[in-house]
Write a protein that binds this ligand. Structure first.
Ligand code: PMP
Length: 402
């Protein structure tokens, strides 16, 4: 019997050489790089990855199981289940008074992530600029880049509460500008955008005929007396805004992978074509579960927001007390303490903290311009774990105080 051919041990080709320039020029996410290290260590408290510690609430979970048991194991319409699109439309109408036609103005996607991919790919021609207030979710710049476009960062500052700055947005507009991508409540700062600032940004979009993409995936996670402003409800916004939403954060459904885009029918029709050739349809089981999330999820959302709020207040108070100036976040589930006061860069701080005290946070520079000198600490982790992590961080800061 002849020996099976063995796999060649060495290759004369680097696998990278087969990748397109678009991929090779794509930077790995600063978050993933860091968490590859975390996954090899024991006894680490992670304030790193932005996902709820809660398991999906029972009624939602059961709806998914029921759907499977009924044999709903097939594709859905490319747009998504009409029942889910109707539920999304009535949810948006009830919460914000904004109306979308479930037949033509909503597409169900594989999480907010696919929604971002579709909007960037569907809107940008090569070289088109997408204006992005930063710090922001790590995927925003990458999505613009993957679509052949150019991300144009507009940084915000802690002194200004990480607020959206219309004057800076205006200054970033060029003849190549095509879109503005807004993400409020914001990951990683927890800032929300004041109605006046948003209104002014819509005016800028009108003046320069730009499309607005509003990623409102954290819309329900707001604290105190803050009311979320749904961008398409602002004057002049509806016909030039794509509203992105999702189930991962509000309903603790990260693993189910469901999101949506609502917007003008001609744009949605184009995005459905892209979606059809890449995804076909979002997972059927998860779409069924998402219907129940909208119909029965409200008490759970309230409960989770109450718990996040408690953790948020603890973190802000302790960070400030230990000498790390921290803005009070009004939404999402992140705090963004300033660590440059220790004399370390955000990357040095995060790496040393991980190795010395086994607490994982994310270096702020991963989130674009304006994030340098800060770290992101997520409070979607159990209260007692956060308490322990804060004790470890306080010890670390004291040891390194200059
Ligand atoms: N937008 C923002 C601002 C996010 O923080 C995230 C996840 N971290 C997403 C979109 C994507 O979430 P998903 O794909 O799970 O819906």
């Amino acid at each position: 019997m002849s020996a099976a051919p063995s796999k060649p041990q060495t290759s004369t080709h680097s696998p990278r050489s087969y990748l397109s320039n678009r991929v090779t020029s794509l930077k790995p996410s600063g978050i993933r790089k860091f968490f590859d290290i975390v996954s090899t260590m024991d006894n680490v408290i992670s304030l790193g990855i932005g996902e709820p510690d809660f398991t999906t609430p029972d009624p939602i979970l059961e709806a998914g199981v029921r759907s499977l048991r009924k044999g709903e194991t097939h594709y859905t319409s490319n747009h998504g289940l009409i029942e889910l699109r109707r539920a999304i439309a009535s949810h948006l109408k009830k919460l914000y008074g904004v109306e979308y036609d479930p037949q033509r103005e909503i597409i169900v996607t594989v999480g907010g992530s696919e929604a971002l991919y579709l909007t960037a790919t569907g809107l940008l021609n090569p070289g088109d600029e997408m204006i992005i207030p930063t710090p922001c979710f790590v995927a925003y710049q990458a999505e613009a880049h993957m679509a052949g476009g150019v991300p144009v960062e507009v940084p915000s500052t802690m002194e200004n509460n990480f607020a959206l700055d219309p004057a800076a947005v205006r200054a970033a507009v060029t003849p190549r500008s095509r879109a503005i991508l807004l993400g409020y409540p914001n990951n990683p700062t927890g800032a929300v955008a004041p109605r006046e600032a948003l209104t002014e940004v819509i005016e800028i979009a009108e003046e320069h005929d730009l499309i607005v993409v509003s990623d409102e995936i954290y819309d329900r996670l707001v604290y105190g007396d803050h009311q979320h402003v749904c961008v398409p409800t602002l004057p002049g916004a509806y016909h030039r805004t794509l509203l992105l939403g999702g189930f991962s954060k509000d309903y603790a459904m990260t693993g189910w992978r469901i999101g949506f885009i609502a917007g003008p029918p001609d744009i949605i029709e184009g995005l459905v074509r892209l979606h059809q050739y890449t995804i076909m349809s979002a997972p059927t089981t998860a779409q069924s579960a998402a219907i129940t999330a909208l119909q029965e999820g409200e008490p759970f959302v309230k409960q989770m927001v109450g718990e996040y709020d408690r953790r948020r207040r603890l973190m802000v108070e302790k960070f400030n007390a230990m000498g790390l100036p921290t803005f009070e976040p009004k939404g999402a589930f992140y705090t963004f303490p300033k660590v440059s006061v220790t004399g370390m860069t955000d990357e040095e701080f995060s790496e040393k903290l991980l190795h010395e005290e086994r607490v994982a946070v994310v270096p702020g520079s991963a989130f674009g311009a304006g994030g340098e000198g800060f770290v992101r600490a997520c409070y979607a982790t159990a209260y007692d774990q956060i308490e322990e992590a804060l004790e470890r961080i306080a010890r670390f800061v004291e040891r390194h105080a200059r």
